[in-house]
Ligand binder design. Structure first.
Ligand code: ADP
Length: 558
């Protein structure tokens, strides 16, 4: 009853949430209240009509129907049974209408209440129309049949009310059915979006990546359990919570705390995009090294809605890379000294005039292989110490001269392989840079050109100016590089499939280091190649004028 009153008086509950009995009473009540009103009006207008049997019995039938609504356990009966009530309502309305004939007209329209009930039941349109047509015809024609002798046109005249009632039934039924269809669609969408949400939650809890979502005001709105663990690691010792400014966030590889304004969260919140930035969270053995990326996201209107930060724990990977580098550094360092001594003695021996031709040839092979081994060791050493202290001393250099020197250094190797080296020189090419680094690039390009060529081939070293660039090209007629490998040969430890097939030994480090050095100098190292025809490696370094690098002078001119 309370629920019923809630709906009636306050409209707080949804009609559909009520029980079947309350729904029946609520649907019946408007007709009974209207009939009560008719009773009161007639009491003033024509008290005598109240005593007429059809009117009185109509009122009584309506009250009995209301009682039925309240006492029948509708919930235990099939759902369609309750539709008997609106059909019975037609009887009550019919009786009242007949009783009030000549006193109150238009009472037949009270049947709109049962019509609305039937139409709002959500049954099929055809059934609703059939029931309403049948019940309203019975309602208007029964009195005529009862008195008998009515002319046919009287029956036709009575059709107005059924027609109106059926029109209402059709309109109401169509509205109800489309409302039901719409509600079903909404429920379907809701269920689908709930499933997606659950899927997303499961994914976020399953992946080994910390995910943090902050809204546009900078407040955390979501943190998965991996991110919570990382947050706990970053807390100062003994603290259970701490603001962002007090979290222990260090620059990777240092003990320097990152200033608050430079921390990923603040920067990401300001709309900055982060890509794999490395930080250390926390202190001591519990500390974790993380790689952080961040992206902003927008709402449906395109407004900035917040930021997603993804933190990947790379502690073990970083430790493994460091262990590899220190092992390679130690190993190559230990190899270098005996190798240098071997090479020195081999070259001393070569100067001995008394050596036989075959011994001299054997010695050359030994010397070439020792040089090759030393180059590999040098590459490994350079790769493993790279980044720790790039003590680069920049001086003004002539690239053309360095290329000539590289050709001289490679001469013994070229001679023993039977490969000719030609230089095409275009005069002085001043650059500013680290001599050791640039010599390393050139040695690497020339030694590769020799290594990957067959006896009888030609290696051409060209130097020229191209705008602001000092350019050096190393062209060979060797095995070439398959197109799919061209991109990755500048990545550490990567070798082309052609090189691997040929069995020519190498580490896959030289070009990666050469590329890094060229980039550090503001230059570029590129390659074009054709398998079986040869390769061209092009080194571009900024030209220097009177000790000023072109980059600096360009900036000054701008
Ligand atoms: P590596 O020690 O293997 O020669 P590099 O880093 O110097 O290492 O070169 C990387 C790879 O690029 C080589 O393994 C080879 O596959 C390819 N490469 C480099 N230079 C040449 C060249 N002149 N001709 C053909 N392939 C080359």
């Amino acid at each position: 009853m309370d629920k019923l009153l809630d709906v009636l008086l306050l409209g707080r509950r949804r009609f559909g949430a009520l029980g079947p009995r309350s729904r029946a009473v609520l649907s019946q009540l408007p007709l009974n209240l209207t009939l009560l009103l008719v009773f009161v009006v007639l009491a003033f207008a024509d008290p005598h009509a109240l005593t007429l049997p059809p009117f009185l019995s109509g009122q009584i039938v309506a009250l009995v129907i209301l009682l039925l609504c309240a006492v029948v356990p509708w919930g235990r009966l099939p759902e369609w049974c309750v539709l008997a009530i609106p059909l019975l309502d037609f009887v009550a309305v019919g009786l009242v209408r007949t009783g009030a004939t000549g006193v109150l007209s238009g009472l037949g329209l009270l049947a709109v209440f049962p019509v609305m009930w039937l139409a709002g039941s959500g049954r099929r349109l055809r059934l609703v129309v059939a029931l309403c047509t049948f019940a309203s015809l019975v309602m208007v024609w029964t009195p005529l049949l009862a008195i008998g002798g009515s002319a046919p046109h009287t029956f036709v005249a009575e059709l107005v009310v059924p027609l109106m009632l059926v029109s209402v039934a059709v309109a109401m039924s169509v509205m109800t059915l489309s409302g039901i269809a719409q509600q079903q669609r909404v429920e379907e969408l809701l269920a689908r979006s709930e499933t997606r949400q659950r899927l997303l939650d499961t994914v976020l809890e399953t992946v080994d990546v910390g995910v943090l979502v902050i809204d546009d005001a900078g407040t955390d709105v979501f943190m998965n359990s991996r991110q919570r663990q990382l947050y706990l690691t970053a807390l100062p010792p003994g603290a259970a919570r701490a603001p962002e400014s007090e979290l222990l966030v260090y620059r990777d590889g240092t003990d320097e705390l990152v200033p608050v304004e430079e921390r990923p969260m603040g920067r990401a919140n300001a709309g900055e995009e982060l890509n794999h930035e490395m930080y250390r969270l926390g202190r001591g053995p519990e500390a974790r090294t993380v790689s952080i990326s961040a992206r902003a996201f927008r709402d449906a209107t395109g407004e900035l809605a917040g930021t997603v930060l993804a933190c990947t724990d790379v502690t073990e990977v970083v430790a493994a890379v460091r262990a590899r580098d220190s092992f390679l550094a130690a190993m190559s360092h230990e190899f270098r000294t005996p190798l240098t001594s071997l090479l020195g003695y081999a070259e001393l021996l070569l100067e001995d005039e008394s050596l036989s031709t075959s011994a001299r040839s054997d010695l050359r092979v030994m010397s070439r292989n020792a040089r090759h081994l030393r180059k590999m060791v040098d590459d490994i050493l350079a790769a493993s110490v790279e980044g720790s202290s790039p003590d680069v001393r920049r001086t003004e250099l002539d690239l053309a001269e360095l290329v000539r020197q590289a050709a001289v250094s490679a001469a013994p190797d070229a001679e023993s392989r039977g490969i000719a080296v030609r230089i095409e020189d275009d005069g002085e090419l001043p650059v500013v840079g680290d001599k050791t680094g640039i010599v390393r690039i050139l040695d690497n390009l020339v030694s590769n050109a020799l290594k990957y060529s067959e006896s009888g081939a030609l290696v051409t070293l060209t130097t020229e100016r191209d705008g602001w660039w000092a350019v050096c090209r190393v062209r060979d007629e060797g095995i070439g590089i398959p197109p799919e490998d061209l991109e990755r040969i500048f990545t550490r430890f990567q070798r082309s499939s052609a090189a691997l097939r040929s069995g020519i030994p190498g580490t896959g480090l030289g070009l990666a280091l050469a590329h890094e050095v060229a980039t550090q100098h503001g230059g570029r190292l590129e390659c074009t190649s054709e398998v079986g025809v040869g390769s061209v490696f092009t080194l571009r370094l900024p030209l220097a004028r009177a000790g000023v690098s072109p980059n600096q002078s360009t900036a000054a001119e701008e």
